[in-house]
Design a protein around this ligand. Structure first.
Ligand code: TYD
Length: 135
């Protein structure tokens, strides 16, 4: 499994840092939605789903967390701990976010508006879909 991480360009000067993200330039899709998680309770695992169509970029803009990616065959753990790095997650990928530091703010840029019908929340259903895709 290939992990696709984006290193964004920080515009640093004597005042500090700034990262700007533009769709189709820094981000490989049109950004239709942005959401973020914070005050995540210690020990919590979020996500635990895949998407049929949605593509996302995850950026831990403060603090740190880990992302477990699972394509149904292989699993990889990706730590996110810099505000200038983004993890690209394609469709048909099971993801779990965990090990949030108390100060973590995990921001997600998404290619589609919120649509519950795009979610696969059952792991066995996900594995079945991966098998179907192979045929
Ligand atoms: P949920 O899917 O459980 O989050 P996670 O995948 O991180 O575990 O979403 C939590 C709640 O927020 C749920 O009630 C749905 C709502 N929600 C929206 O209204 N819009 C969104 O874009 C997202 C991602 C969630």
């Amino acid at each position: 499994m290939q992990v696709v991480k984006y290193m964004f360009q920080p515009h640093g000067d004597e005042r500090g840092q700034l990262v700007a993200l533009e769709e189709f330039k820094d981000i490989p899709f049109q950004i239709k939605r942005v959401y973020y998680m914070y005050d995540t309770i210690d020990g919590v695992t979020r996500g635990k789903h895949a998407h049929k169509k949605l593509e996302q970029i995850l950026i831990c803009i403060h603090g740190s967390c880990k992302v477990r990616l699972d394509n149904g065959v292989e699993k990889k753990v990706v730590p996110l701990e810099k505000p200038y790095e983004g993890l690209y997650i394609a469709n048909n990928m099971w993801r779990e976010m965990y090990d949030f530091s108390p100060d973590a703010v995990l921001m997600v840029l998404a290619s589609e508006l919120y649509d519950e019908s795009d979610y696969i929340r059952d792991y066995d259903e996900f594995l079945k879909m991966v098998e179907e895709e192979k045929k």
